[in-house]
Design a protein around this ligand. Structure first.
Ligand code: NAP
Length: 214
C-alpha cells in the first residue's frame, strides 16, 4: 500500500518517535491524524488533524477511532505508538501505575485495532503497526509493568496478524525502534527521526510480518 493520500492514525504523536513519524508521513503525502494528550506539540507537525485523547481509558480509544473516521472517512493505517514506561520493582509498583501501563500500552491498541480492522477488511487494504520493545518484553528487573505490557502487545500483534492477514489484504506487524533518545528513554543513543524513517519505509511497503521488524 502506498502512502499518498492514505489516512494514517498515529497515537503518541506529541513527542519522540510518533512526532517524527507524523512529520515524515505527512511529507510523503499521507493524511495524518495525530493523537495524544498534549496537542500543542502536534500543531506544528503539518498533520491533517490533531486529536486530544487520554488513552489510559480504552473508551477514549474507541471515541478516537470514531473521530478520525468522521474526519477523514476511513483509517488505512493504524500505528499504535503511544506508550508509557513506569519503572519500579514488582514489589513497589502501584495498582494505579500498573493499570495505566496496561490501559495505554495494551488495551487501547487492542480496542483501536478492533474498531478499525473491519473497515480495512472491507476495503481489502490496510496496515496495523504496533510499536514494541523486545529488549525488555522477555522480562527486565525494575521494569515489570512496562515489560509485561509490551509482551502482551507482541502477543496481540500475532493474533491480529492471524485474524487479519493473508487474503484480506491487511498487513500487521510489530516494530522495534531500537534504543531511541526520547522522553521515555532519555539516554537512548539514536535520534527519533532515524527510527521514524525506518517505520515509515515499512508502512510504505505495507508488508505484514511474523517477525518483529526493526
Ligand atoms: N525510545 C525507545 O528507546 C523505545 C524502545 C522501544 C520501544 N519504544 C516505544 O516507542 C513508543 C514511542 O515512545 P517514545 O520513545 O517516542 O517516547 P515518548 O517521546 O515519551 O512518546 C510517548 C508518546 O505516548 C503518548 N502517551 C503517553 N501516555 C499517553 C496517554 N495516556 N494517552 C495518550 N497518549 C499517551 C505521549 O503523548 P502525551 O504525553 O502528550 O499524551 C507521547 O506522544 C512507545 O510505545 C515506546 O514504548 C521506545
Amino acid at each position: 500500500m502506498g502512502l499518498s493520500s492514505s489516512v494514517v492514525l498515529i497515537t503518541g504523536a506529541s513527542s519522540g518517535i510518533g512526532a517524527a513519524l507524523a512529520r515524515e508521513l505527512s511529507a510523503r503525502g499521507a493524511v495524518v491524524a495525530a493523537a495524544a494528550r498534549r496537542t500543542a506539540p502536534m500543531d506544528g507537525l503539518g498533520v491533517a488533524s490533531v486529536h486530544e485523547v487520554d488513552l489510559s481509558d480504552p473508551v477514549h480509544a474507541l471515541a478516537l477511532a470514531d473521530a478520525v473516521v468522521a474526519a477523514h472517512g476511513r483509517v488505512d493505517i493504524l500505528v499504535n505508538n503511544a506508550g508509557v514506561r513506569i519503572d519500579g520493582a514488582v514489589t513497589d509498583v502501584s495498582l494505579e501505575d500498573l493499570d495505566r501501563s496496561f490501559q495505554v500500552n495494551v488495551l487501547s491498541p487492542f480496542v483501536l485495532a478492533g474498531a478499525l480492522l473491519p473497515g480495512m477488511r472491507e476495503r481489502g487494504a490496510g496496515v496495523i503497526a504496533n510499536v514494541v520493545a523486545p529488549q525488555v518484553s522477555g522480562g527486565r528487573r525494575g521494569m515489570g509493568a512496562y515489560a509485561a505490557s509490551k509482551a502482551a502487545l507482541e502477543s496481540l500483534t500475532q493474533t491480529l496478524r492471524q485474524e487479519a492477514g493473508g487474503a484480506s489484504g491487511v498487513a500487521v506487524f510489530a516494530f522495534d525502534p531500537g534504543w531511541v533518545r526520547t522522553e521515555l528513554a532519555p539516554d537512548g543513543p539514536e535520534d527519533p527521526q532515524a527510527a521514524a524513517l525506518r517505520l515509515a519505509d515499512h508502512l510504505e511497503a505495507g508488508r505484514g510480518s511474523r517477525e518483529i521488524l526493526a
